[in-house]
Design a protein around this ligand. Sequence first.
Ligand code: ZN
Ligand code: ZN
Length: 210
Amino acid sequence: MSTPMNRPLQSHLGHHRTASSSKRTIAEVQFAEETEASKKRKTMRLVQESEEVKEMKKALGNFTGICGACKVGKGVETTHTITRCPTVMSIGEGFTTYKQWRSKLRYTKHHTKICWTCHVPQCSDQLHRTFVGGQNRDSACDWPDTVGPVAYLIYQLEELRGLARTEFEMEWETLETYTEWLMSKPEAGHYSKLMDMFMWYCTSVLMSGE
Ligand SMILES: [Zn+2]
Ligand SMILES: [Zn+2]
């Protein structure tokens, strides 16, 4: 096994063939071990990330090209955009209420690289393409109206809200407190509570209904 890291070490030893210097010093051994451990950690992180990306892709895949609000709210798969969604229309003042809610989904310093339009984490371009200035969101977002509408419907539907309350051990007295919670600091290693909510729905509610 000859890596660029240990090659200089070997040639160094080659110049000093004495009994004492043929052994690596403790510092050298430690350095090599630390390098190895750091490489392993990096690989683990990448493996973990791609597993997560796979799971999120699978979850999002349930909603490709179909209205998230109607799938959650009515169990039907239709292709209209969120602005024409009858499910959203039937809640409060319709699209206005939804739009007002959506505008409160604001990311803070606790969040890293999440698309502020569709709420999908970027994951080093594995899940969401990088935004290019002036680009239309439809060309960058594969699921433009999925994560938000799903979380919105979870709160609006009493049964789902109840299940989510139990799962996340939260009360959320109002839509506002729910929204604040969605945007609050995520758990270590998580992207956002909004994404946690979406993933919980896909892996627990959606899967159990199939
Ligand atoms: Zn709809
Ligand atoms: Zn996006």
